[in-house]
Design a protein around this ligand. Structure first.
Ligand SMILES: [Zn+2]
Length: 191
């Protein structure tokens, strides 16, 4: 499938589009060169349901669960979410800047949101991820790398060390590298 058919103004065809208001323009002339992996579940450790989509679209009922008090009022987003069954959901065009990394730095370059694409995996730090998620992730990263000059894929924990721990030790970086066959320099150091 040609690039033009895979993307429409930064939106991935075949993904379920769930537009978020939480985004802004990337700085002019930005090279989108980094993919950042996250894990998320709401409440933590509970899979399924629509709380993540509600959070990213500012429609979460903060009173629906005690945990939501801790994140009350947060306005965040990512470009993508990959659910446990491998379903791909997109919230923000990859041409725009999503709000997923916060204070962050990669290879001496700050503000990773400016130049990265954020991918949330439904999961919990320390727990394993599902085979359909790895399959969907590898497919997505291949398509992204054909369209934008991606140089590396790393975890939130690598661009915000000491502050963030996702996707965590349950994520199999070696499996992702084997699936993509990208050079080792494209991945964080594998323990
Ligand atoms: Zn994260």
């Amino acid at each position: 499938m040609a690039n033009a058919a895979e993307w429409k103004k930064g939106w991935r065809r075949g993904a379920r589009w769930c537009p978020s208001p939480n985004f802004g323009p990337r700085p002019a002339g930005t090279d989108v060169s980094l993919a950042i992996l996250h894990s998320i579940s709401l409440p933590p450790g509970v899979y399924g349901g629509d709380a993540i989509e509600r959070l990213f679209t500012n429609r979460l009922d903060w009173d629906a669960h005690p945990y939501f008090q801790q994140i009350r009022g947060m306005q965040v987003s990512s470009h993508f979410l990959i659910r446990r069954d491998g379903e791909l959901v997109q919230f923000v065009s990859c041409d725009d800047r999503a709000w997923h990394a916060g204070v962050s730095s990669w290879c001496g370059r700050d503000n990773c949101n400016d130049y990265s694409i954020g991918i949330e995996l439904e999961g919990l730090e320390g727990e394993a991820f599902e085979a359909p998620q790895y399959k969907a992730l590898a497919q997505l990263l291949r398509a992204i790398a054909k369209r934008w000059p991606i140089r590396a894929v790393v975890g939130h924990e690598h661009v915000a060390p000491g502050r963030k721990i996702d996707p965590g030790p349950g994520f199999d970086w070696a499996a992702l590298q084997a699936a993509l066959r990208w050079p080792a320099v494209s991945f964080p150091p594998i323990a």
